[in-house]
Write a protein of this length. Structure first.
Length: 226
């Protein structure tokens, strides 16, 4: 994966050539990005990802042949360290939920502005989940409305009070740096807590932890632990 001295490598997987060209042109304006390849369908996207091992894949959800969701699942089997961001026109909560459960690092809508996309890719490459603001609202409404079956409540009992507090922070989309500042602890301590949360809840990513927490009504404010 990338280091501070290396550019963020990006693979574009979308069946629209003009759209890929626009994203490539956008990212080439920034010295910290390198577009290492493109693919027009899921099969080629998986092949290119295995060859190139990019830091980030921008993946369309609706493509002919293999869908974006199928591509995501197979791609992460071969490249589990790659951050995959769904970049799509779909604003359906079910599509968002399915993508996050399959391991997507982010879910963005194609009408976002260029600066937001650039920032989102940087965040995803740094290990942070990225969701379009409108989709975050839809996800919360979907889960609170009973659209998702909650995990057994006993799972939360495995967490310490501090871990529950950090899980609530993840539900609000906060980064490790912000959590550390809010709780007045070292960022390395937050990372350890996040790892423990994922292990105890049998989850594989921060995004899945955030979905879990929202489903358990933990997205509201929390009081600082001593």
């Amino acid at each position: 994966m990338n280091t501070p001295a290396q550019p963020i490598t990006v693979l574009l997987v979308d069946d629209h050539t003009l759209f890929r060209s626009g994203i490539r042109s956008l990212l080439q304006r920034h010295a910290d990005f390198t577009v290492v390849g493109e693919a027009s369908d899921g099969v080629e996207g998986i092949k290119r990802a295995k060859q190139l091992r990019p830091d980030v894949v921008l993946l369309d959800l609706n493509m002919p042949g293999m869908s974006g969701l199928e591509t995501l699942q197979l791609l992460l089997q071969d490249c589990p360290d790659t951050a995959v961001i769904l970049l799509t026109v779909s604003e359906e909560a079910d599509d968002l939920k399915a993508a996050l459960q399959a391991g997507a690092r982010g879910y963005l809508i194609k009408n976002i502005d260029a600066d937001y996309l650039v920032r989102a890719i940087r965040r995803a490459a740094a290990g942070e989940p990225v969701l379009a603001e409108a989709m975050t609202t839809k996800l919360v409404a979907h889960l609170q409305g009973g659209g998702a079956k909650p995990e057994p409540p006993s799972d939360l009992d495995k967490l310490t009070p501090r871990e529950k507090e950090i899980l609530a922070c993840l539900a609000r989309g906060e980064s490790n740096k912000i959590i550390a500042r809010t709780l007045d602890v070292a960022e390395s301590t937050v990372k350890i807590h996040v790892q423990n949360i994922l292990k105890k809840l049998n989850l594989s990513s921060r995004v899945q932890a955030a979905v879990y927490a929202v489903g358990h009504g933990m997205a509201g404010g929390s009081e600082k632990q001593p």
